[in-house]
Write a new protein. Structure first.
Lengths: 347, 87
């Protein structure tokens, strides 16, 4: 079994490959050095897909059928309508023979031919609350995608968490318990990242602009689980692939005081009890002068027996833990700023 | 035939494509559609909407700035120029 990290950066996609998760081989940049907001491995096809956007030539999904040896790219069908071009691609998810794509402006697309052509899932933008969406600092982005067969959950900034249980035919805005300026409509919840926990669609972990939240009912209600963390603010977060009680958070010092790790000392915070208690995992991580952050898609876990945990930083480092956060090593020290990390275990 | 002249940064996205393509059509958009038929995806790299260039793309028709809707003569040359953006 090989573990491959898909590392989206400001200057292309990089791979880190390892047989033992101790020694890593780096290759890249792939995708003609286009900025890559997210990349995924589709176990059904063996293909890697990268959501990339070039400043001159626009957005395209790059696809490699052979783990990076060859690439093609396509944006066929990635258009909301004739007057609303898609400006950038943000998130990908593969499930049940379909590939999903989230964009800026916030929209959802689906491909049934491994990324060669795309169709707009128009029902999401037809939700009655869609007219109230507004751009955040990074744009009006559909940045989080959780897909489990016909069950889909998306995170939109600034909009909230929307869930479909019929493969995108209908959508439900789910925000009960999240901080919002509008307790009547529950729109405008500033989700920063959304993860499914333990492989169970019913349990979600969310890093929000205003805290960390857990849902046990597929997003219908949320509880604040940030007590014990140094800050409610952050972007990247991750969950264990099988244990529904283990989450990983990467709190930053706050939204208006620099947006780097508290005290410039790096820690991944881990809970084993679904957010009741947290512990800082620092062994092997920089503990001084580390003015960095992990962006919203820059944290991941793998599906090995003892789960690996990974994160990439705004300053271009990638760190790995092969023991669920107990200890950390550097995978790559000098990449371009990291926008996303995903981990794939290849048979 | 009209000729479509591509910048290197665009051509390298389509392995094997010539830097100068002979195309057919009586407008810039139709000529680009003709090129897109042979090299799928080329139009998406140039056009934001069917009638507009991407924000950092310019094209010149026989030396004059043009849009996708510009009519074209039989022996015209369409020169695609990506902006020297940044700083």
């Amino acid at each position: 079994m090989s573990t491959i990290l898909l590392i989206g950066t400001r200057k292309g996609l990089f791979f880190a490959r390892s047989e033992d998760r101790i020694s890593w081989t780096i290759d890249g940049p792939h995708c003609d050095k286009w900025p890559v907001n997210h990349a995924v491995y589709d176990p059904a096809t063996g293909a890697i897909h990268a959501a990339a956007t070039n400043a001159w030539y626009g957005p395209a999904v790059w696809t490699s059928p052979d783990l990076g040896a060859t690439w093609s790219h396509s944006s066929e069908g990635i258009a909301i309508d004739a007057e609303t071009p898609v400006t950038s691609l943000w998130s990908l998810a593969a499930t049940g023979g379909a590939l999903y794509l989230g964009t800026d402006p916030a929209a959802l697309f689906r491909s049934r031919d491994s990324g060669q052509t795309w169709a707009h899932v128009a029902s999401l933008r037809e939700h009655p609350t869609a007219a109230k969406w507004m751009p955040g600092n990074a744009g009006l982005t559909l940045h989080s995608l959780v897909a489990d067969g016909p069950r889909l959950a998306v995170g939109i900034s600034v909009g909230g968490v929307y869930v479909s249980e019929d493969a995108g035919q209908t959508w439900d805005l789910r925000a009960q318990g999240l901080p919002t300026p509008d307790p009547v409509d529950f729109y405008h919840t500033c989700v920063h990242h959304l993860e499914m926990a333990g492989g169970q669609f019913g349990r979600f972990f969310q890093q929000n602009h205003q805290g960390q939240f857990r849902s046990d009912d597929a997003g219908r209600t949320w509880v604040d689980v940030g007590l014990g963390l140094p800050s409610g603010f952050g972007f990247g977060c991750a969950t264990h692939p099988r244990d529904t009680g283990t989450f990983f958070a990467f709190p930053l010092n706050g939204d208006s005081v620099g947006r780097f790790v508290p005290d410039a000392a790096v820690a991944v915070w881990r809970t084993r009890d679904a957010g009741i208690t947290w512990e800082a995992c620092r062994n092997g991580l920089p503990q001084e002068h580390a003015y960095l952050a992990a962006y919203r898609q820059a944290m991941a876990t793998d599906k090995n027996e003892r789960a690996g945990v990974y994160f990439g930083t705004t300053t271009g480092e990638v760190f790995a833990s092969a023991d669920e956060g107990d200890s950390w090593t550097v995978v790559a020290p000098y990449l371009p700023g990291v926008l996303s990390v995903e981990a794939a275990v290849i048979p | 035939m009209p000729r479509l002249v591509l910048p290197d940064s665009l051509a390298r996205l389509f392995p094997g494509i010539p830097r100068v393509l002979e195309v057919t059509g009586d407008s810039v958009a139709i000529c680009i559609a003709d090129a897109d038929a042979a090299w799928p995806g080329l139009r998406d790299r140039l056009c934001n909407t069917p009638d507009s260039w991407r924000p950092h793309i310019l094209a010149f028709l026989d030396g004059e700035p043009c849009s996708p809707t510009s009519p074209i003569a039989r022996c015209s040359e369409i020169l695609v120029v990506p902006a020297l953006s940044g700083g």
